[in-house]
Ligand binder design. Structure first.
Ligand code: IMP
Length: 429
């Protein structure tokens, strides 16, 4: 029995979708535990590109069970659209492949409206995905959210709507100057979604714990990344969920003692979308080159990603916060053409050398990276099948990342396709 967690070790977009797709072969169930459709996991199957926002990437494999845990916030319209798209492309033929936890919170129209209205204020902008994620989690913590189990009971849903909507409309109209939302329209539309989703609803904790007892392997698919965690990230420039390891247990009802491996996904360089500090960001031609070579545009919003060198200080933070047992280094091939590559080993802050990631975003903002420079390999590594096939400078670069992170590399990705992957060790044993 092995239960492995995939966690973004940077600011999201590290290539988790592909790694989950690779590890799905070894797991019976694939589980999302936090976030919502702010995520965009891109997979390449043959010549086809599939982008999933909510449904675990394991859905592309027949016979695998995909679970959306109680810690996720779910937009029913997006969820049903994703199912429809998958069915049209010939994936996901069996409804029993999918389980949605009854306790998860539903993203309602006011969540999106409030998210977008808040982002209009340039002085307080976070650069959110505009999907209503933050406001949905606010209502969950504020004990006024609507759960999936409420949505499927028409009387209860009506009562909750009547309790919540007047307050939301007051905020929308009087504070943000936006149009109010209509109760009847929401009731009809969302009751319709509930009827279609009802067949997928169940208890994630019971189902997963029964699977663990039966000796099945589980794969937990994290969304976003460690540095966007609501508690441990670069607050307030974070998402509103626990993206670190603790989110697995609160978001699924599976106890921490069952987790056997935690793989942190990191690009061979670094990117960030939205606002917030990013010490190794490159504002020059090199940043532009990385963006072009890595096709660094958001899978959810299409926004260009900010690009920079690999930040070992940030990775050490991810190793510590999550107890990472392995690293998966993705997009190594994006560096193919470079004659030299930099890695940030520490920060300089007001004349001090910092080797630990500062907890305060204002301090991080004023940190300057201290770089070590490495030779590039200036050759195409996309068809390597083992570490031995890689040119010496690429092997040296990976060895240095491993040493600086203090965590062994389990996997190296050298292209978008499944076969462009070097598995160094397998967390499923
Ligand atoms: P929210 O999650 O939409 O509230 O956005 C909050 C912050 O997290 C913004 O900076 C977003 O760009 C960032 N973010 C949210 N989801 C992702 C993701 O899947 N990848 C990368 N950044 C994300």
């Amino acid at each position: 029995m092995a239960n492995v967690v995939i966690i973004g070790a940077q600011w999201g977009d590290e290539g988790k979708g592909k790694v989950v797709d690779i590890y799905t072969e070894y797991a019976k169930q694939i589980v999302r535990y936090q976030g919502g459709n702010n995520a965009g996991h891109t997979l390449v199957v043959g010549d086809e590109k599939v982008v999933l926002h909510l449904i675990p990437s394991g859905i592309l494999h027949p016979g695998k069970r995909c679970v959306i845990g109680n810690g996720v916030v779910l937009d029913p319209k997006v969820f049903l659209g994703e199912i429809e798209g998958l069915k049209q492309r010939g994936y996901f033929k069996d409804d029993s492949q999918l389980l949605v936890d009854s306790n998860l919170h539903v993203i309602m129209p006011w969540h999106k409206a409030i998210d977008l209205a808040r982002e209009k204020d340039a002085s307080r902008k976070i650069g959110t995905t505009g999907r209503g994620i933050g406001p949905a989690y606010e209502d969950k913590i504020g004990r006024r959210g609507i759960r999936m189990s409420d949505l499927v009971k028409p009387q209860l849903f009506r009562r909750k709507l009547q309790e919540v909507l007047p307050e939301k409309n007051f905020l929308l109209e009087k504070f943000f100057g936006e149009a109010p939302l209509d109760e009847e329209q929401i009731f009809t539309e969302y009751s319709g979604y509930a009827k279609q989703i009802e067949k997928y609803i169940g208890c994630c904790s019971s189902s997963l714990n029964a699977a663990i007892l039966a000796g099945d392997n589980l794969l937990f698919e994290g969304a976003q990344g460690t540095l966007l965690d609501i508690d441990h990230g670069t607050y307030p420039y974070v998402t509103s969920s626990s993206t670190c390891i603790g989110g697995v247990s609160t978001g699924t009802g599976v106890a921490p003692c069952h987790i056997t491996g935690v793989i942190g996904i990191t690009k061979a360089y670094c990117t960030r979308v939205g606002e917030g500090p990013f010490p190794t960001e490159l504002h020059d031609e090199m940043g532009e080159n990385l963006r072009k070579a890595g096709q660094e545009f958001g899978a959810t919003t299409g926004r260009p990603r900010r690009c920079g060198w690999f930040d070992a200080v940030a990775i050490r933070e991810a190793v510590r916060l999550n107890g990472l047992t392995g690293l998966a280094v993705t997009k190594l091939d994006v560096l193919n053409e470079l004659d030299s590559i930099k890695v940030c080993t520490a920060y300089s802050y007001k004349g001090q050398l910092l080797e630990e990631f500062p907890r305060d975003a204002d301090i991080l903002h004023d940190c300057k990276p201290v770089y070590e420079e490495f030779d590039g390999w200036q050759s195409n590594i996309c068809s390597a099948t083992s570490m031995a096939d890689l040119p010496a400078p690429a092997k040296a670069y990976l060895a240095k990342l491993e040493e600086l992170a203090g965590c062994p590399i389990s996997l190296v990705s050298i292209g978008p396709r499944r076969d462009q992957t070097i598995q160094v060790s397998n967390p499923f044993g």
